[in-house]
Design a protein around this ligand. Sequence first.
Ligand code: AHR
Length: 863
Amino acid sequence: MKRIVKLLVIINVLFIQYVAASKSNLIDHPDSVYLFSYGSGNPAAGLQFAWSTDKKNWKLIGTGNGFLRCDYGPGGTQKKMFDPFLIYGADGIWHCIWSLNATEQIYAHAASENLIDWNRQSYSIVSKGSNFLRPGIKFNLDKKSYLVTYTDANGKFFAVSTTNFKRNEPATEISAGDYIPSVEVYLPLGKVSGQIHRVEWSVVDRLIKAYELRNFRNIVKEESSLQDTYRFAGLKPIEAKFVVDAENARPISNTLIGIFFEDLNYAADGGLYAELIQNRDFEYDLHDKFGRDKSWNHSHSWFSAGEGTSFIIDSMGPIHRNNLHYAVLKTGAHGGSLINSGYDGIALKKGESYNFSLFSKLLDRDKGKLKVRLIGSKGEVYAETLLTVTSGNWRNSKAVLTSNATIADAKLELQALQAGKLAVDLVSLFPQDTYKGRVNGLRADLAETIADIHPRFVRFPGGCLAHGDGINNIYRWKNTIGPLEARKPQRNIWHYHQSVGLGYFEYFQFCEDIGAAPLPVIAAGVPCQNSVDGGNGQQGGIPMAQMDEYIQDIIDLIEWANGGVNTKWGKVRAEAGHPKPFNLKYIGVGNEDLITDVFEERFTMIVNALKKVHPEIVVIGTSGPNFEGTDYREGWEIASRLKIPIVDEHCYNRAGWFINNQNFYDSYDRSKPKVYLGEYAATVPGKGANFESALSEAIYLTSLERNADVVSMTSYAPLLAREGHTQWNPDMIYFNNTEVKLTAAYQVQKLYGQNSGDQYLPASVTLSNNQDAVKNRVAISVVRDSNSKDLIIKFVNLLPVAVKVTTDLNNIVPIGEKITKTVLQGQLTDKNVSPFVTEAPLAEINSTELAPYSFTVLRAKTK
Ligand code: AHR
């Protein structure tokens, strides 16, 4: 019997060896070479390769070129790969494990069929050793499992047996002799430890080609106008002939241009939200900035004035449990003041009225007087009013202040006229002139600027802000509606504070006011990929026991937005002043998430629940932070499997990338989900953004219109940035208290938003110069808007010379005598450019000249 068992084991072993060998990577093929896998001195670079025919002379496949990078933990301090160990498994798949850092008892694993596309990573905790260092693996033939060995900081050796690298298997201590070491070889960059594999040449060939492609992309993305002087030296004006093929017109998305609003760069509080009082509720907290800024506390932006006057922060008798902190002003014999400095001051306009409101109570007398003033730094008084305050319960007082001057940096003064203790909270000052006059409304100039883009949708409340940097930081819409004092403020992932005064009601109302569809993004049950509070090093997720409640919140959101006034949540909306439904159609689930098992489980639950309860809602899925790589691939796979209608992709890159990747969507599978390019922006090295990056976006947008049968939505990101509080560059619109500063990127978005169509008319191009660099820099997009019947032609010229254009419209017949011609033109280094709009003769639709470095839109009426 024993002999039979032994024989069976041997047969099994031989079979497994045969399977492994027949998968071809390891077979000693006539053209086999040696492949060396290693991690270099830079642990962020990840797994690298070199190859050799004799194991002596090694050729690097790129220097510092990682084919697999670590996802573990937050960027910066983590996401490092130490001592990767690669093995070709009996399953015909490459398996790589590595050490993450010098402290944790965790190892990482990823698998790949071709060493180029890697599956999602997993992290397993080991039960023994002070940490996990210098791993090794071998296939444990008789057990059909892998033996992982490692050492720790105390020089002990351990082994873990695993079948899938995902479970936390128990470790045992082993002797040094049973430890699986790496080997050391001399590479051109010095002595390196790693593993030697015997592989067919085709394996190495693929790696080299993948490296070259990446290299090529990196080179073209670095292309910039700085090279134009020699790249286009002696270039003569170009002639371009476009022939429009109206016969093959095809329908395209009429929701292509939208906006993405995120409370980043003070975009909400201190930005679009028109509140002028900073820290109005005394809820700023040291934790908002992880204690790194001691001045960022409950007193931030407030100070007291007057002899014997001071203030403290209390929380014993709050207005509401969600708004615990308030100020107690202790005044001297002659009274005293509590003053708020606003957001870099309070901007006032002469003759304009401001709605003031506060909650107050006197703590040690029955009645008192409170003078409310808008003041200047030298004692100027721009407006004042007198309120009576009483003891007992919190009382809300309101007043209107009309300014007698235009001033950029006033302050609000609450002047108690008597000695004693006065408690105040939720001190608020709004211009009456908010966008569309809304109460608790939005800054009119910013809102109008956004509305001018004619966005078809608004994605909110973020990006990273939506999923937060930990489970407790996930944005919960229910915390953001209702009376202001009952809303639940929270730490902003961008290291400041969210009052949530601009909450879901205000977002939806804004969408309605500008005629855009609301697109709320809710977390897919997981926080940001850089979160630190997850399990096993990844972002973690809402505990399964709480997922039903979390999903119910999403279902409630739909009822709140769309339900009748007799439904539970529809009633809440109606009571807030909006009995009519908001017509919510889209919901984004997830943002740039790391595609892990934790993500997939929660995302699938949410999507399935939405499909079941609200099949009418269009779900927008997510595909990681990048337009390539593991999260992108796996995000798309999940979305395709779940038949999600639209997938959100993000692309921040250099202007050169956008110029050279105009074919990016040409090959997208039209049978798969549609694309929402939810965040994108072009940058210029070291300079943020300028007219060059804006033109590269304009040229890329011609390709998005061409592909608008598969790309159904786009939004530039980020949208808003307050000067002096800008955390991310570039942004579309910059502002301070009194000015809105439009970028060239804004002008491009506006021209596309105002000149969208729902039909795309292909056009062939013949240029008088055939250089690739020239061809990539001249683009056309022809669309028709079926409502207005207008024909719209967009031309981008990213060359330093003029382009003389003739356009054959075939049987399209423009009517009228004039067309509208809008041109953006400038120097590539310009930060701002203004559109030049003219009524041009009708003939220009067929023959026009594009100025050097310009974006031109021609709009003609047709029959
Ligand atoms: O747009 C800024 C940030 O970029 C978003 O929050 C996030 O989704 C992306 O990384």
